[in-house]
Design a protein around this ligand. Structure first.
Ligand code: BDP
Length: 717
């Protein structure tokens, strides 16, 4: 009997312990805004009784108050009442000029329109928590900041935070098509239900706005950079205006990708030459039309003369001619142009990594003040690892905007876990050495030297109509980290992972530590099993899913993986030093010098810059060939370890999300092995070398790997 009782007690206590995690089936829709109940500790005791705001609340302030009520209801069990007076224990929302008497808001003026201050204070003898800002949007960001602080374990009583974004434009780029397919989208259909807009405004748009506002994202480009002319016609402008109305209270402006040849294709001009007066006049009238419908429209994003897209070069004009013409049309309305530097043209046989710099560097200083040049993080194309783009720091007279890809086109789509925080951080912290005392990419973006110039960051969104928004639970973290880095490019990827995991999965310290550890290792694992040691662009044709290092039959040389690895009987790697393409010369002398010598080039970038013999002696003491295989093996081992670590988390994570993640990790292990085996089989066929001692023989023949095809892969275009 006693034994039974003991067992029963154990079961009961187990149920009690596990109850919170299993009580609600979670499907991920709530993202990091779950607001689960806080433990009955200090935090909950300091429950806010009221939320006070003096004055008439704008839609933005209403959004802030609603979010605070929703969050506090979830975390403390009670939604505070809203009052205009300040009671003890209140959360006080206050703008500069209307701050509670006796409250000192030191430094508030320096925080700008979007910054905020969170402070627990004593006002007229009453303990309150103040969210202070200069503008309504600062109050909304402050409300989210307060909820995040609470959710991640900071009590209200000791709050003392000030925060302001370091970049002005923090923008998502949706590569969403008008038929609701998404280029490189792995999260289902586009969330924009274009067909039903403008009449039907789905609730999900509001949740989208809340999630983005919680990170400080303040702009969204709604459509694919490979744009269509129709988006700029009246029926579509009405749809865009409906979305702008929904997003406006959350501080999010809408932008559109504009197709260069729009007026010509709509047969409203006879040319698309940027210097033709009829073309400039058309764009001016079009801008006027858009702003009549959307007074705070953000502006245009343009992909021109890249991958077959039309552009000013079709008329022997420069990128600056094109960008400035559009900028002139938008300037009266305070709109901007984000002109992409992702260009490479068929006629240019030179190293593809050099083309953006070659085309854009000479245009430094030639762009209108409301133009930003948007540069991908690396010079090729969103690879698992790339050195930072040589344009950063090299165009001091032009505002440069970072473009990261959140959707993981080259990192296993939404099927592999790869937390991108470390990738973002690595690029942002890279020293361009364009100043004697150093100049990191983050500093280039922040551009503090030039005061009023535009600054910004763009992230190619991984958002879709999938119930998890991002195609998988862990891919939400990439959206989250992107937003946090856009707010603070000098931020810390581990800290962001910790915040995210705490809000999204569990406040249990053991769970958080494990999850963060998995996240922090995950991207390097992908690098190792796909493209170790600086290899790049080895993915199979079209869809980029899975290995294709053997591919050499595409329309142009620089679409072929063989172009990038240049492996032959003697060695492997792309010589970008002076003896090769000399892409290195595009970097500042300090960087170029370090990477010119394989001995001083970090292993991670070795084959990006050097072509080396298979028996090259690596710092590890192994030959290059042995090291390469070891890296592939390390990647597989890491993928297996991710899976094993997740298994241990089973008691700490709710069932549905546990299972959904487990399935993806199983897939990742399987595909990591496939990547490793296919790559090793191929490189072995080229090098003719025996497998290093102890290395496992690939499970299939090279021909079998080559025969794997995916005509209907997701995100294909
Ligand atoms: C590449 C994608 C392609 C995009 C292009 C771009 O494969 O689908 O259109 O980038 O950024 O990564 O324009």
């Amino acid at each position: 009997m006693r034994v039974l009782k003991g067992a029963l007690a154990a079961v009961v206590s187990l149920v009690v312990v596990l109850a919170p995690a299993h009580a609600v089936e979670e499907d991920g829709y709530q993202l990091w805004l779950r607001y689960r109940p806080l433990q009955q500790t200090g935090q909950a005791q300091q429950q806010a009784q009221t939320i006070s705001y003096a004055g008439k609340a704008s839609p933005t302030v209403r959004a802030a108050i609603d979010e605070l009520r929703r969050g506090l209801q979830g975390m403390t069990g009670k939604a505070p009442a809203v009052a205009t007076t300040v009671a003890s224990g209140a959360i006080v929302l206050a703008k500069a000029g209307a701050l509670p008497q006796g409250f000192s808001a030191d430094g508030l003026a320096d925080l700008g329109r979007e910054g905020y201050l969170l402070k627990s204070a004593s006002v007229n003898g009453k303990r309150v928590t103040v969210i202070a800002a200069n503008d309504d949007i600062g109050l909304l960001y402050g409300a989210f900041g307060l909820l995040r602080a609470l959710d991640t374990g900071k009590g209200l009583a000791a709050l003392d935070e000030r925060s302001a974004p370091k970049l002005q434009l923090r923008v998502l780029n949706h590569w969403d098509n008008l038929d609701r397919t998404v280029e490189r989208g792995y999260s289902g259909q586009s969330i924009w239900n274009w067909w039903e807009l403008p009449d039907i405004r789905e609730r999900q748009y509001v949740d989208y706005a809340r999630a983005n506002a919680s990170l400080g994202i303040n702009g969204t480009v709604l459509n694919n950079v490979n744009s269509k002319a129709e988006i700029l016609t009246a029926p579509w402008i009405a749809k865009v205006a409906a979305l702008a109305d929904v997003l406006r209270p959350y501080g999010i402006k809408v932008y559109l990708s504009a197709r260069w040849s729009t007026p010509l294709e709509l047969k409203e001009t006879t040319t698309a030459d940027p210097l033709a007066p009829e073309v400039a006049a058309w764009w001016r009238a079009k801008a006027d039309e858009i702003y009549r419908a959307i007074p705070d429209f953000g502006g245009f994003l343009v992909k021109a003369n890249s991958e077959g897209q039309p552009g000013p070069q079709d008329y022997h004009r420069t990128h600056a001619d094109g960008a400035n013409m559009l900028a002139a049309a938008l300037a009266p309305h305070k709109g901007i142009v984000m002109w992409r530097a992702f260009v490479y043209a068929a006629e240019k046989p030179d190293d593809r990594a050099k083309q953006a710099y070659d085309e854009f560097k000479p245009l430094d200083g030639k762009f209108a003040p409301n133009v930003m040049v948007q540069v991908k993080n690396g010079a090729i194309d969103f690879q698992p690892r790339e050195p930072f783009h040589p344009l950063f720091g090299a165009m001091p007279r032009t505002p440069l905007m970072m473009e990261f890809q959140i959707t993981k086109e080259y990192l296993g789509f939404a099927m592999h876990m790869a937390y991108l925080g470390p990738l973002f951080e690595e690029v942002l912290k890279a020293d361009t050495m364009q100043r004697p005392n150093g100049l990191t990419v983050a500093q280039v973006l922040e551009d503090t030297e030039h005061g009023q110039r535009l600054t910004g960051m763009a992230g190619v969104a991984n958002i879709g109509s999938s119930r998890t928004w991002s195609g998988s639970h862990f891919d939400q973290a990439n959206w989250y980290a992107y937003g946090r880095f856009a707010w603070d490019p000098q931020g810390d990827s581990r800290a962001f992972a910790r915040e995210w995991a705490t809000q999204t999965f569990s406040r249990e310290p053991q769970a958080v530590t494990q999850i963060v550890d998995m996240m922090m290792r995950s991207r390097e694992a992908v690098v190792d099993y796909m493209t170790p040691l600086g290899l790049h662009h080895l993915m199979d044709t079209g869809h980029h899913h899975g290995p294709g290092p053997w591919v050499d039959n595409l329309g142009r040389p620089d679409w072929n993986p063989t172009y990038y690895h240049k492996a032959d009987k003697k060695g492997i790697g792309f010589d970008r030093t002076a003896t090769g393409s000399n892409a290195l010369a595009q970097y500042a002398p300090g960087v170029a010098k370090r990477w010119a010598d394989p001995r001083t080039t970090p292993d991670e970038l070795l084959l990006w810059f050097h072509h080396l013999p298979w028996d090259y002696a690596m710092p590890s003491g192994r030959t290059l060939w042995t090291e390469l295989v070891a890296r592939y093996d390390r990647g597989v081992a890491e993928a297996e370890s991710l899976r094993a670590r997740w298994e241990k988390l089973k008691p700490l994570v709710d069932e549905r999300r546990y299972d959904e993640v487990a399935q993806r990790l199983d897939t990742q292990v399987k595909e990591a092995r496939w990547w490793r085996d296919a790559s090793v089989a191929y490189f072995q066929s080229v090098s003719g070398l025996p497998l290093p001692p102890g290395a496992k023989k690939p499970g299939r023949t090279l021909e079998q790997y080559k025969a794997i095809k995916f005509p209907y892969a997701a995100g294909h275009h």
